[in-house]
Design a protein around this ligand. Sequence first.
Ligand SMILES: [Zn+2]
Ligand SMILES: [Zn+2]
Length: 496
Amino acid sequence: MTLSSTQTTLDQLPPACDNIQFNYCKTVACANFSRTDPQLYVLQNNNLQRPVLICRECGAFPPVLSNHDVVAEKQRFTLEQNSGLAACSNNACPHNGLPVLTYRQFYHAFGFSGERQRYRCKACQHTFVDPWSNSNNKHQLQQKILAYLFTGYTVREICRRLTMNPKTFYDQLNNIAARCRRQLTIFDARLGKQAQACHLATDLAPLQPHSNNGVLWIATAETDSGYVVSQHVNYQTQPAATYVAHHDAYRIGTRFIAPHSYHHPHATSTTSQGLLAHIDATYRQILARKNMENPLSGEVTINYPTKGCLIRPQYTVYSHFLYLRELLSQSIPSLTVFMPQETLLRSACLSVFIDRINNHTIDPLYVVEDNQWQHGQHAEKIDIVLMGWWRDRWAFSRNKTGNKGICHLGGSKKNQQHWLTVATHRAVISYQQRFYDQFSHMVNEPRRKLRPASLLPLLDIYRAWHNLCHQNKAGVTPAQELGLISSPMTLEQLLQ
Ligand SMILES: [Zn+2]
Ligand SMILES: [Zn+2]
């Protein structure tokens, strides 16, 4: 990570990091859009009640963030994703942590250690064994654990039936999760090499909906197959080294939320009627936040987890999109991202894919539809309404059964009919809903509400099972649908 400068004065934007500068006007129609010359903005950082950055051209005041902390958050994801995979472990080596599985060109096969494959790093000559290269002698036990988990047994019941203690259960669960991450790494890499147009759906939802523990879960799926490309949570199991009291984009480490619970008993709930009123109410709620790009700021109750550390959600969401940009081939001719109405998702998607916005190779859209709307139906009559502080241009369609609205966030006014027919983020919403249903005892158990760490291995296992094993009505898995594999995987194959 290289900071362009560590010294800043308040006539400067927060320093760029690894050539990334996310602080600029995010109004697509504004002349200052995506421009990073500090002269174009009014900057101040001594009054917490006022915005740090105001665009001199359009008056918008996008929240600022630490570029350094976005990059650091993405490094956390990468380490987590690769943890347990065979890779050079020499901290001083440029190949450190880069798994053999995806960076074969960096390593030589170097004999065996017992049954296990040994590798040598081409850069530093360090040798290491692949822990997964011999057969899994626990796979029968692990298959039983998964079978019980997926049929709704509680941890206590599983331990009793398999006569094991909870410590052994969680050790096995973590081992299964590492195997799942290894499988996912292989298929994600195959997906990343594909170069045809890609349609994505992203959603941001609480990991444990009834806990108010501040842990949000962002997931992105390919819309047609349902393949979940990546998912992240704004929570880490280790506490942070230091905490800053108020978010300050000019300070390193500002992404961590200090352990403290917040109670706002009179939280506003949307009881508005109709789609238009609902969208309007959502805009008001977003504007009422202390920081529009932080859903946990303002009048929100947070029951802080007993262990570990929450991360300000904007850092996790920006990093999630950075992770996607790195994973997906640059040669994809066009990218579509469907998302619910949430300023944080919009800003992060636009900022990360700014080059694609400027050369019109991405279509980011808000999609709001009621449950009665039948997906794929033709939009007959279209109404255009400008909404919110931003005067976002929404297209609405209504028929006997339901209502749907879409808003193209890249500023395109074309193809409203097309978008009203095809745009949907149901693939990712149903993925998240099925997780809540499938593991409801783990998600909702009172003892776990402040202990989200025990759900993290389940997320990896669930994504692997969903992508590779779970068949739709036609007997096809999401990975098959995308042409990444020719047949469904069995649990046994998943655990090999
Ligand atoms: Zn502007
Ligand atoms: Zn090395």
